[in-house]
Write a protein that binds this ligand. Structure first.
Ligand SMILES: C[S@@+](CC[C@H](N)C(=O)[O-])C[C@H]1O[C@@H](n2cnc3c(N)ncnc32)[C@H](O)[C@@H]1O
Length: 272
């Protein structure tokens, strides 16, 4: 392994940053304005060390060469922001439990942009607790986060704010390398199918229509045209009367979509 310090001397040039940002936006819709250059540089240092390339110039040449296809995926893995949490934006889950689940006993749900799995597992815990029949598709663009989601094993700090009732009922306490970890129980996991889906792709491997789509804290990374394009495609998979959840800080009021607002950042699909 090279001396790590060597890499920290290399800097990402403006031209190389533009090559990366244009590619990332074209491929997955994520906008990387100039202010994100330092973030991109910091996140990609790891890749340089990992594959033992000592300058960004060489790295960018490699990524965009015929041999760089796999590295493009690693690069995108590093660049995506995967922040998530169990029971994140709790008002959504209150609305789900107190309003939506009262309407029927069977649900098909899509968690689009599921990151490391906390969102689909939160949904599954609430549905299980309410004795609902359900299937969840949980998808993300990043293989790295999907791998964590699929394993369903979390550090104590990730579950520390969870109500004891959920922790006891839906997690097994396990030990790995002398560390205590929390593993999602199989009876919950078996209802969730994890898929690698890039929502920017023209078509993707989803055949069913859902009663509910969680598409939270993903829109924020796209420009308005991409938001419109991606949401129009996503909504084709939502039943009329079905619910769409977006992040609390996101807005879709500028977009023309077949939706009516039913609660803060919750929408219902209407017939047009
Ligand atoms: C901030 S996380 C949100 C996780 C979860 N939905 C939540 O609200 O806690 C955003 C996720 O969107 C994913 N993402 C970004 N662009 C995407 C795209 N074009 N297709 C699919 N997933 C994408 C990222 O990989 C990341 O895991």
């Amino acid at each position: 392994m090279h001396d790590r310090l060597k890499y920290y001397k290399t800097k990402l040039s403006d031209n190389d940053f533009i090559k990366i940002s244009e590619h990332v936006e074209r491929k997955c819709g994520i906008r990387l304005p100039r202010q994100k250059k330092a973030m991109v540089q910091n996140r990609l240092y790891k890749r340089l060390i990992e594959i033992e390339i000592s300058t960004f110039e060489e790295y960018v040449k490699f990524v965009f060469s015929s041999k760089g296809n796999e590295e493009v995926n690693h690069m995108i893995d590093e660049i995506t922001t995967n922040k998530t949490d169990f029971f994140r934006e709790i008002k959504h889950f209150n609305f789900l439990e107190n309003i939506i689940l009262k309407k029927q006993t069977d649900f098909k749900i899509w968690s689009a942009g599921c990151s490391t799995g906390e969102e689909p597992y939160t949904i599954a815990m609430i549905l299980d607790k309410n004795l609902i029949n359900y299937n969840i598709v949980a998808s993300d663009l990043s293989e790295k986060v999907l791998d964590v989601a699929q394993k369903g094993v979390y550090k104590p700090e990730v579950v520390k704010n969870m109500q004891l009732e959920y922790l006891q009922k839906y997690f097994d306490k396990i030990e790995e390398n002398n560390k205590e970890l929390y593993k999602i129980k199989f009876h919950l996991k078996k209802h969730i199918k994890f898929l690698n889906i890039n929502l920017k792709d023209q078509t993707y491997n989803i055949s069913q229509n859902f009663d509910i789509i969680f598409f939270r804290n993903v829109l924020i990374y796209f420009n308005i045209e991409v938001q419109n394009e991606i949401l129009t495609k996503i909504l084709k998979h939502l039943k009329i009367g079905g619910y769409l959840f977006i992040g609390h800080s996101e807005s879709i009021y500028n977009l023309k979509l077949p939706l009516k607002s039913v609660s803060h950042s919750v929408f219902q699909k209407i017939n047009t």
